[in-house]
Structure formats: structure tokens, C-alpha cells
Design a protein around this ligand. Structure first.
Ligand SMILES: *[C@@H]1O[C@H](CO)[C@@H](O)[C@H](O)[C@H]1NC(C)=O
Ligand SMILES: *[C@@H]1O[C@H](CO)[C@@H](O)[C@H](O)[C@H]1NC(C)=O
Ligand SMILES: *[C@@H]1O[C@H](CO)[C@@H](O)[C@H](O)[C@H]1NC(C)=O
Ligand SMILES: *[C@@H]1O[C@H](CO)[C@@H](O)[C@H](O)[C@H]1NC(C)=O
Ligand SMILES: *[C@@H]1O[C@H](CO)[C@@H](O)[C@H](O)[C@H]1NC(C)=O
Ligand SMILES: *[C@@H]1O[C@H](CO)[C@@H](O)[C@H](O)[C@H]1NC(C)=O
Ligand SMILES: *[C@@H]1O[C@H](CO)[C@@H](O)[C@H](O)[C@H]1NC(C)=O
Ligand SMILES: *[C@@H]1O[C@H](CO)[C@@H](O)[C@H](O)[C@H]1NC(C)=O
Ligand SMILES: *[C@@H]1O[C@H](CO)[C@@H](O)[C@H](O)[C@H]1NC(C)=O
Length: 676
């Protein structure tokens, strides 16, 4: 037991007399830490051993509430419209998986009832449900500390404080921060940077003015409030109401804490004793973001050979074109290109021939001298590990046997020390993303007809990989920059199977997810296993990308991560899904096709793999051979951003720019196992 003078809550119930005949008790309480505090809690809420009120406990999709046990009198007299004034101060802190991103926020609440069973977790903050958001019968007043931008509630940013009346569409909001007393300058506060912050909420029952002020714990109360607005709470807050806190989790690891809390009716909230507040935990599972290590094998025999070779000048030239060739490769002979040929075809891999650079390596344009017409693209892939090379080359050869008008043909390979060269058909119109994200002001280069054709083409290429070939080939990196356009502007999937390269020769105990943020299915975070369903997920993101002309994950002007699926979902919930279509298309859209693509994109983006359509169904929906089912209502509280973050996908990788035309951007899962 901690010493009572340090940790016992100081709970004072003081009766003030003489405030008029009907004046209720001017209740007041102070909790400098919550050890032994009499609070009514539900859901995830609990008081920790060191006296922190922990509202959420790193479990997904749950709520947590904590209330002062007795209701307080908020009106001057029962049934009177006149309000009492109140003032409260509290210290809160949020610890998420990242100190820059968090799963939803928390709120200070004044509510008619403590029964929040019908409220939803996630972006609803455990305050309301989707059916009663904003309903005047809620009798709910809240100050929200919101860490995710939800456009459905007109949120201003992913780090804001808002005054809420009966729902989550704030009557007033601003970015979290404070005005410096000295300079008057606004200083940002990050809600999720794991540091405690103090908040003061003051309401004047006569003028109906609400002030919300906040500051980092070590900063004294700023004079100028962050928010100051007038709201008539007379019909919002009932005669008597409960005061407390609400929080919710999305699917991401997160903890919300209250360190101390004071409240006073008709007077300034007592100051908290900062030095006696419990401290926030400092040990929490920190997501690690391991970079893929490509260990160059130091094969001493080869080194000796290299040294010896250097002695002989005539060997120099041979070394320049040196290849690695092993006995097992004999059977793959016809698929093997000589390095010398590729070297000459690309003018010695000159920069003028460079088509793009990406996670897998550089891509060069080349023409084979033997047949002048044969334009090729040569991808140089750094590959140090010789382990698994045999399987990989076998796969390359297998892949080389795949033939489909919507796949980029792999012609063969060449192998050098630490390097693999893959030879493909050259695609004269480059990658699809170049066409989608050209000059923003320009009229869209690709019309709707072309886009729809490309989507259908890629679907048919994917169907071939998944179902129609002799063995299942999982693509693992479907995205606009991996779809190339041939001379007839047909969409062709490239880079299939290449992601497997990183599977071979790596430690089986470390899970590496290869793919691109925004296209990675949530289950990859759990299983690390790519499947047809995870390809369908990526294809869903791809469809939305092509229809909307927007990347699956973007940063807005305020550095918030915006996830395309969430945005299209918002439009769908609002009943205007086709409003998501790329505005640059102007009127050039076939409404029912666009509706089909967007709704199918959402269906493929379902968080549960089993709920996604099969690749064959996708093709059938697109061909109109099968009627698209309605989206299920479970989509209501679904938030892709939270899902992705929950899987430990690194937010920094999420915004990694995709620079190349054919190369894959590689992102990895970080190990969050300690946090769940
Ligand atoms: C907590 O407060 C409630 C309401 O005032 C009271 O009924 C209950 O006995 C208190 N519990 C404890 C353990 O003090
Ligand atoms: C979190 O709270 C929920 C609801 O009370 C509970 O079921 C779960 O076991 C808790 N998890 C942890 C890790 O404490
Ligand atoms: C307040 O109003 C309710 C119904 O409107 C009534 O039943 C109750 O008696 C009133 N209370 C007082 C103290 O006037
Ligand atoms: C809480 O409200 C729900 C309906 O929203 C109701 O079913 C339940 O009985 C209520 N619980 C209590 C303890 O009043
Ligand atoms: C508000 O809630 C009440 C009670 O639940 C319900 O009867 C009413 O239809 C709701 N109003 C709106 C606009 O949804
Ligand atoms: C709100 O802040 C303003 C400016 O500091 C102040 O004049 C006003 O009295 C405050 N109102 C309340 C209710 O505290
Ligand atoms: C607040 O609204 C009530 C009716 O709900 C009204 O009687 C009262 O005058 C209003 N107060 C102010 C300050 O506007
Ligand atoms: C604040 O808490 C500290 C440590 O518990 C204590 O020594 C100090 O007297 C307290 N100050 C006030 C003003 O209560
Ligand atoms: C504060 O945050 C907002 C929103 O993130 C940003 O626009 C602004 O530049 C930041 N201001 C400072 C001083 O950092």
C-alpha cells in the first residue's frame, strides 16, 4: 500500500449555504490520483495499482467509462432553465502504439445516464451510436480529445479538441494547443505524444459560455482559452447529470489515462497537486521497425578468385560480364540471358536507359541486338543471399511460362554475384500511376472507358494467376505502379511473384510483409501469409485508386493520414458513393460502372478475408455476369486507418513516396506482439 498522504484521493464534499433558497450543494471533489477512489466504471476502465484511472487497456473495439458515483445538480433548481456554473480540471495522457498516431480519443462527459451500452467504440468515442449521433434526446455534453480525423463528423484534424453537444459533430473545435501567455503565440500540443496534459473546462451558467483551456503538464494555466464558445446547455444537461470520462479503442493498441481530476460547482475547480499525481507508464511495447537486412555473403572462395583475377588484365573484361552459373541451372538454360547481351542492350545500364527506381531495384530499357524489334525492360534486383536462389530461379522460370494478355511477360533472367536480372517485355506506355497522377490541373489523361477497361483487364490477369493457371500464383504487390500499359493501353500486371524473393533466405521467425501500404490486407499483420484473399484486398484498393484518381494513403496538408477506403466509405454512408470519382473526369463517367467499381472496391477491402469476394466473382461482377451484393452494415464502424495502424504498419512507410514506374515499394510489419 502506498502511504495514504501520497496516494489517497482527497475527496471533499463541501456544503455551501446562502446561495439562494433552491441552490443545491456546490459539490466539489479532488482526485490527485485515483487510488481508493469511489468511481463507477465500465468496460475497459480500471484504476491501476499506482492510482491511474486507465480508461482503455489496449484491447480493440471496446469502450471504457468512469463516472463520479452520484449525479450532480446542474440546474439552479429542479425544472428550472437556469443553469449552475461549473468548473473542472483534469490531467490526461494517451499512450498509443506510435507517438505520432493513435487509435481514437477520449472525452470528458456530462451525461444524463451512465448507461452507454448502445454507444459504439472506435470513432464514436464510446459516447453515441451511429443512429443517435446528434440526437437531442441524448442530453450529452462532452469535450473530446480526438486523435483521428473522421470526415463523417467533419473533424478538422487528427489532433483536435472539440466541444460536443449530443454528438460527435463538434459545435466548436481547434487543434490541440495553447496560447502562450507571454507572446500570445499558439503552440501545438500533440495528444498522442505520451506526455500528460492538463485541461480546464469552465462553464458560466449565466452567459452560457464554455471555455476549454489546455497546456502541457509543466506549463501553468494559460490565460487565453483554446476554445471559447457560447452554448445554451440548459436543455442539453438535465437537472441532474453524471460527470466522468469516456474513451474507446479502435483496432489499434492504445491506452487512455486520467491522472488527476477536480470539479467544482459554482466556483473554480480546485488546483491539482501536480507533484502527487501518479505517473504514466514508461514501459510499453514499442513497435520496432526492422529494416530488411540483405546480408551479402562473403564467400571467401569467390574473393580469392576475384583477387587472383585482378592480377590478369585480360580477366578484367571477363569479370565485367561475370555471371553466376550453377549446375542446377542447366535445365533452365533457355530462360537464361547472358549478362553481356543485357549489358549491350541497355548501353551498359546507362542512366539514359533508366526507366525507374524502386524497392526491388532499377529498371532499364533495352533492345536486344539480335532482333532489333525486341524491346525489353531489364530489372536489376539486388540479392545477396544465395540461399533459396535455386527455388527462386525455378519460380522465375515458372513465371516465365505464364502467358496472358494482361500480364507483363517475363522473358528470362540472368544471375550475377549478389544480383539478379529479370528480363521483361517492354511496355511503351509506362505505368498506370503516371497516367493517374500526372499534372493535377490537366484534364485527366485517362478517360473513364480506359480506366474501366484497365480495371477489367487487370482483374482478368489476376484471375488467370489465381484460378486459371496450373498452379496458384499469388501476386502480393498489386498497385497502380505495378500495372503497366502496353501500346494499346491494355493494363498488364507486372512484378508478379517477385515479392517472394524476399521470403527466401530470410529468418523464418521474422515476419516480413512485402507489399505497399494501403494495399496490404489487415490479416497480413497477423499471419504474414499472402493469399488470394490478400491479393483481392489489394485489387480493391487498386480499383478505388483508379476510379478516384487518389492514392490509397495520402497525407493531407495537416499531415494527417487519409485512407482512401475510409473516404469512399464515408461517401457510401452518405449515399453518394459516385461522388468519390476522380473530379478530373468531368462528365466522362458511366455512372453505373463507377458505382460498381467503387462498391466492389469497398467489398474487396473488407477487413475479414472470408467476406471478400473471390477473384472469379470479382471478374464476374465487373463483367456484369453477377449482381453485386449490398455492403453489410458492419462497415458502419469500420476504419481502415485504425486497422492498418493496429497491424503495426509503420506510418512513416505509409507515406513513402512511390517513385518508380515498375518497382515495388517495400514496407514491413513491425513486431507488435508485446502489445496484444
Ligand atoms: C460509492 O459511492 C456510492 C454513491 O455515493 C455509494 O453508494 C457507495 O457506497 C460508495 N462505495 C464505496 C465503496 O464507498
Ligand atoms: C481490457 O478490458 C476488457 C473489458 O473489461 C477485459 O475483458 C480485458 O481482459 C482487458 N484486457 C486487458 C489486457 O487487461
Ligand atoms: C418537474 O417536472 C416534472 C414533469 O415535468 C414533474 O413531474 C415534477 O414534479 C417537477 N418537479 C418539480 C420539483 O417541480
Ligand atoms: C442500458 O441500456 C440498454 C439499452 O440501451 C438496456 O438494454 C439496458 O437494460 C440498460 N442497462 C441498465 C443497467 O439500465
Ligand atoms: C432521437 O431519438 C429518439 C429516441 O431514441 C427517437 O425517437 C427519434 O426518432 C430520434 N430522432 C432522430 C432525428 O433520429
Ligand atoms: C472564458 O475566457 C474568457 C477570456 O479569458 C474570460 O473572459 C471568460 O470569463 C471565460 N469564461 C468562463 C466561463 O470561464
Ligand atoms: C437557454 O434556453 C432556455 C430554453 O431551453 C431558455 O429558457 C433560456 O433563456 C436560454 N438561456 C440563454 C442564456 O440563452
Ligand atoms: C502535493 O503533494 C506533495 C507530495 O505528495 C506534498 O508533499 C505536498 O504537500 C502537496 N501539496 C499540496 C499543496 O497539497
Ligand atoms: C500546429 O499544428 C497544425 C496542424 O497540425 C499545423 O498546421 C501548424 O503548422 C502547427 N503549428 C506549429 C507552430 O507547429
Amino acid at each position: 500500500m502506498p502511504p495514504p498522504d501520497r496516494a489517497m484521493p482527497l475527496l471533499l464534499l463541501l456544503l455551501f449555504l446562502g446561495l439562494g433558497p433552491a441552490a443545491a450543494a456546490d459539490e466539489q471533489f479532488v482526485f490527485d490520483g485515483f487510488t481508493g477512489a469511489n468511481l463507477t466504471m465500465d468496460g475497459m476502465a480500471t484504476v491501476t495499482a499506482n492510482g491511474l484511472l486507465q480508461l482503455s487497456n489496449a484491447t480493440s473495439q471496446l469502450k471504457g467509462h468512469a463516472f463520479f458515483p452520484t449525479p450532480l445538480q446542474f440546474h439552479r433548481a429542479p425544472n428550472s432553465t437556469a443553469m449552475q456554473s461549473f468548473s473542472t480540471a483534469f490531467v490526461i495522457g494517451i499512450i498509443g502504439a506510435y507517438d505520432t498516431l493513435s487509435s481514437h480519443g477520449m472525452a470528458f462527459v456530462v451525461a444524463k445516464s451512465r448507461n452507454f451500452t448502445s454507444a459504439l467504440p472506435g470513432q464514436f468515442l464510446g459516447l453515441v451510436g451511429s443512429a443517435n449521433n446528434g440526437n437531442a434526446t441524448n442530453h450529452l455534453f462532452a469535450v473530446e480529445f480526438d486523435t483521428i480525423l473522421n470526415s463523417e463528423f467533419n473533424d478538422m484534424s487528427g489532433n483536435h479538441v472539440g466541444i460536443d453537444v449530443n454528438g460527435l459533430n463538434s459545435v466548436d473545435a481547434d487543434n490541440a494547443g495553447y496560447y502562450d501567455d507571454g507572446t500570445g503565440a499558439f503552440r501545438n500540443i500533440s495528444l498522442v505524444d505520451r506526455k500528460p496534459m492538463q485541461v480546464w473546462v469552465d462553464f458560466d451558467g449565466q452567459t452560457m459560455q464554455v471555455n476549454v483551456t489546455m497546456a502541457p503538464l509543466q506549463v501553468a494555466r494559460p490565460k487565453r482559452p483554446l476554445l471559447s464558445t457560447t452554448v445554451n446547455l440548459s436543455s442539453v444537461i438535465d437537472d441532474t447529470a453524471y460527470v466522468g470520462f469516456s474513451s474507446s479503442s479502435g483496432i489499434l493498441f492504445c491506452r487512455h489515462y486520467v491522472l488527476g481530476w477536480s470539479f467544482k460547482m459554482n466556483g473554480a475547480a480546485p488546483a491539482l497537486n501536480i507533484s502527487s499525481l501518479p505517473s504514466m507508464p514508461v514501459t510499453f511495447p514499442k513497435p520496432r521497425s526492422k529494416t530488411l537486412e540483405i546480408v551479402l555473403p562473403i564467400a571467401s572462395a569467390l574473393l580469392v578468385f576475384a583477387v587472383a583475377a585482378a592480377v590478369f588484365v585480360y580477366m578484367r573484361r571477363r569479370r565485367m560480364f561475370a555471371e553466376l552459373k550453377e549446375e542446377w541451372e542447366v535445365t533452365f538454360g533457355p530462360h537464361r540471358f547472358s549478362y553481356k547481351d543485357l549489358y549491350h542492350a541497355t548501353d551498359g545500364f546507362s542512366d539514359e536507359r533508366l526507366l525507374g527506381i524502386g524497392g526491388f531495384g532499377r529498371v532499364y530499357r533495352g533492345s536486344l541486338p539480335k532482333s532489333k524489334s525486341a524491346e525489353i525492360a531489364v530489372k536489376k534486383v539486388a540479392h545477396g543471399s544465395r540461399q533459396g536462389m535455386r527455388e527462386f530461379v525455378a519460380e522465375v522460370v515458372t513465371i516465365g511460362r505464364l502467358r496472358h494478355r494482361n500480364l507483363v511477360q517475363l522473358l528470362g533472367y540472368c544471375r550475377r554475384k549478389g544480383e539478379l536480372l529479370l528480363v521483361y517485355d517492354y511496355m511503351p506506355n509506362g505505368s498506370l500511376d503516371k497516367h493517374l497522377y500526372g499534372d493535377q490541373k490537366e484534364k485527366a489523361a485517362l478517360g473513364w472507358g480506359q480506366r474501366f477497361g484497365i480495371i477489367k483487364g487487370v482483374a482478368s490477369g489476376l484471375l488467370y494467376l489465381h484460378e486459371d493457371w496450373e498452379q496458384v500464383v499469388v501476386h502480393r504487390d498489386i498497385k497502380a505502379s505495378n500495372v503497366l500499359l502496353d501500346a494499346d493501353m491494355n493494363g498488364r500486371l507486372g512484378d508478379f511473384g517477385l515479392a517472394r524473393l524476399y521470403d527466401h533466405g530470410t529468418d523464418p521467425h521474422t515476419t516480413h510483409v512485402v507489399g505497399t501500404m494501403g494495399y496490404l490486407a489487415p490479416e497480413l499483420g497477423h499471419t504474414g501469409k499472402a493469399s488470394k484473399a490478400s491479393d483481392v484486398f489489394a485489387f480493391g484498393a487498386f480499383m478505388l485508386e483508379v476510379a478516384c484518381g487518389r492514392k490509397p494513403v495520402v497525407l493531407d496538408a495537416r499531415d494527417n493520414h487519409l485512407v482512401l477506403v475510409d473516404w469512399v466509405l464515408d461517401q457510401w454512408r452518405a449515399g453518394t458513393v459516385t461522388g468519390a470519382v476522380d473530379p478530373r473526369l468531368g462528365g466522362d463517367v458511366v455512372e453505373h460502372e463507377a458505382g460498381l467499381v467503387l462498391r466492389l472496391g469497398l467489398l474487396c477491402s473488407h477487413p475479414l478475408p472470408a467476406a471478400r469476394p473471390t477473384t472469379r466473382q470479382v471478374a464476374q461482377y465487373l463483367d456484369g455476369d453477377l449482381k453485386l451484393p449490398e455492403l453489410s452494415p458492419t462497415y458502419q464502424s469500420f476504419n481502415m486507418l485504425a486497422l492498418m495502424q493496429d497491424q503495426g504498419f509503420d506510418p512513416y512507410v505509409m507515406s513513402y513516396p512511390m517513385t518508380s514506374i515498375t518497382a515495388g515499394t517495400m514496407s514491413q510489419m513491425s513486431d507488435l506482439s508485446g502489445g496484444r
